[in-house]
Ligand binder design. Sequence first.
Ligand code: MG
Length: 166
Amino acid sequence: MRLVVALDLEGTLISNAVSAFPRPGLKQFVESTLKVADRVVMFTTVRGERARELLQLIENEDCLPAGFAAAVEFVPYSGKTKDLSAVGEPASATVLLVDDQPSMVHPGQDANWIPIAEFMPPFEQNDHELERVGKIIWEIRDDIKLAGIINRRASETPVPINLDDL
Ligand SMILES: [Mg+2]
């Protein structure tokens, strides 16, 4: 089953679109998430080209994997919340949103939301939120794999029991 991760930008990966401080552990988090997810997208209220420029700046500081800023997809944002149906995945896919703002979570999609504390002043350098969230994403991948195995076993034809053998 597909695992897709949608990432917020401001307050989640960086401070904000003005100061653009990368959150501690950003590069490792993105590398780890690219490994575990089938697709990683950005889902931000910062308008497309500006958001990509910010990512490029951060990548130039070696705080993102090389090539990420240029390659990552941006989900078009409209409305008041981040409706994950805009990510464009089949219903069978697990789509997660990593976001610091509860108000951005689309009604009915709380189960898809991984909350992360807002990265805000004084921008602690011992902030471990991205490391914590990265581990959660790996755990969800394990759960998805396990669910796949259980579903396969459940669909296998049960072996009939011969009462004479008992
Ligand atoms: Mg945010």
